[in-house]
Design a protein around this ligand. Structure first.
Ligand code: COA
Length: 180
């Protein structure tokens, strides 16, 4: 059972959109059931999400906001990360970038895929003027937060409240300086 470790990472192509959407939805359901409404998680639809991802991963989106996919040794997508300019009004966008999403197929957790994706994002921004990365995580996402903290990310104190109708989970912001 479970997926193999990551064999390689490459930029996402339009054809990866469905796999990306399926991993995103699977990871949300596996990781967020404790604090997001079941009705919301049940309503997530791979085709609908895949349509969004087709728009995001097209060549026109690079290198401004690239998406990276992690492939196993059968070339199946096991995880992805989407990064780009910071969206927060309180942060000077100069010298900063954001990781919008990073998800690994739940059958492949704890095999180093998430770390490999973070490394690919870091390498992408190294050599540009970006000196700091930021990201938002659900406060209740203890596992995801343990992952980021293990990778050297630090809370910066910023918080925001999301609206999922019947639930209003808090998100917390993390930052990490790029080496060098
Ligand atoms: C968070 C996530 C991206 C991590 O990906 P991953 O491939 O499982 O992570 P890695 O195997 O690279 O983990 C590296 C280290 O991070 C830490 N870590 C990872 N998952 C952890 C967990 N569930 N609990 C505690 N520590 C964890 C460990 O120290 C781990 O090293 P180890 O396995 O040798 O102990 C993945 O679990 C995921 O998609 N989770 C659901 C969605 C999510 O939370 N995404 C982040 C959105 S904000």
């Amino acid at each position: 059972m479970g997926g193999a470790a990551v064999a390689r990472i490459r930029l996402a192509e339009t054809d990866d959109a469905e796999a990306i959407a399926a991993i995103q939805i699977g990871a949300w359901r596996a990781a967020y059931a404790g604090f997001l409404p079941a009705a919301f998680l049940d309503s997530l639809d791979v085709e609908q999400r895949a349509t969004q991802w087709r728009g995001r991963v097209g060549a026109a989106m690079r290198p401004e906001s690239p998406t990276f996919v992690a492939l196993d040794d059968t070339d199946a997508v096991r995880g992805f990360a989407h990064t780009g300019p910071v969206r927060d009004d309180d942060l000077d966008p100069t010298g900063r970038a954001e990781i919008y999403t990073i998800y690994v197929d739940p059958g492949s957790w704890r095999r180093g895929i998430g770390s490999a994706l973070l490394e690919a994002v870091t390498e992408h921004w190294a050599g540009t003027d970006v000196r700091e990365l930021v990201l938002w995580a659900f406060e209740a996402n203890a596992d995801g937060r343990a992952f980021y903290e293990r990778m050297g990310w630090q809370l910066d104190g910023a918080r925001q409240v999301d609206d999922f109708g019947t639930a209003h989970p808090v998100e917390v912001r993390y930052r990490r300086s790029l080496p060098g």
